[in-house]
Design a protein around this ligand. Structure first.
Ligand code: OAD
Ligand code: ZN
Length: 246
């Protein structure tokens, strides 16, 4: 199956990859769902919503500081690097990620749409002005926006919030134009990101899913490869590279 996927990918001009938390699991970043996931220990509505931030601002910031510290220590894994290599081999490539850890950027993939924001950035909770990326937040003394006085929050899309319009429109267009669409390490339950693979498939893309477990998307996938993205992706991309150099 891996050979077949590589053959198709090597003949495609428009490649789109969608990633979720699973791509970073092998780097040591916990996923959200499942028994060891972040949401097994925390309630999303308490930590990742506007209402949660208003009610428990200090706790929310303590939690994000903890996640920031964790993410500063982790490095891209072989899966992230394989995606960068695939981009180099593709005439037209787009990476859409739901992850906020910035590992795709560190791995030097160029064309990235970060649909859910980035944990290293901050913004105003009222006027949404982006503030200094390196700001260190003291949860007991949260800085306020210079423009409107609103409390500073992480630049992450929370539950109940809309995605950046330009980013999601671009992600839709890219998905519609994809000839092959890789859906990697996502449970595919958070919309609108989770709709992108179906959009691509409806428009004729070959849908490839790579995940350690079956998901709600698996029945739609043309190819489902069960296993770790850090092991499977390098195998596929190596074969694409070999085919391209023939
Ligand atoms: P989930 O935690 O829902 O799903 C992670 C998926 O990765 C699961 O399907 C796992 O089976 C799979 N997985 C785990 N390890 C893997 C590995 N080594 N290789 C391949 N697959 C692996 O994470 P997401 O789908 O990314 O939102 O969650 C979507 C959104 O929900 C997140 O972006 C986040 C969360 O609330 C925001 O932060 C706004
Ligand atoms: Zn403001």
């Amino acid at each position: 199956m891996i050979k077949k996927i590589a053959e198709i990918a090597s003949n495609c001009k428009r490649i789109v990859v969608l990633t979720g938390a699973g791509i970073s699991a092998e780097s040591g970043v916990p996923t959200f769902r499942g028994k060891d996931g972040v949401w097994a220990n925390f309630k999303p509505e308490e930590l990742a919503s506007v209402a949660g931030f208003m009610e428990n601002t200090e706790i929310v910031w303590e939690w994000y500081n903890w996640r920031r510290e964790l993410m500063e220590k982790v490095k891209p894994n072989k899966g992230h690097i394989a995606i960068t290599n695939l981009e180099k081999l593709s005439p037209n490539f787009s990476l859409i990620t739901q992850n906020v850890d910035g590992l795709h950027t560190i791995a030097e993939t160029q064309n990235i749409l970060e649909l859910h924001g980035n944990i290293s950035r901050n913004k105003c909770s009222v006027c949404h002005l982006i503030v200094d990326e390196k700001l260190v937040i003291d949860p007991s003394n949260i800085p306020t926006c210079k423009k409107c006085g609103g409390k500073i929050r992480p630049d992450i899309v929370w539950f109940g919030e809309m995605l950046d319009e330009q980013l999601i429109s671009q992600a839709m267009v890219d998905s519609e134009q994809a000839e092959i669409f890789f859906c990697i390490g996502t449970s595919a339950v958070v919309h609108p990101a989770a709709s992108l693979p179906s959009i691509a498939k409806q428009r004729g893309a070959v849908l490839v899913e790579i995940n350690t477990e079956e998901t709600v998307l698996t029945s739609q996938a043309d190819y489902f490869v069960q296993g770790k993205s850090g092991e499977i992706l390098p195998e596929i991309i190596q074969l694409v590279q070999e085919k391209k150099s023939i």
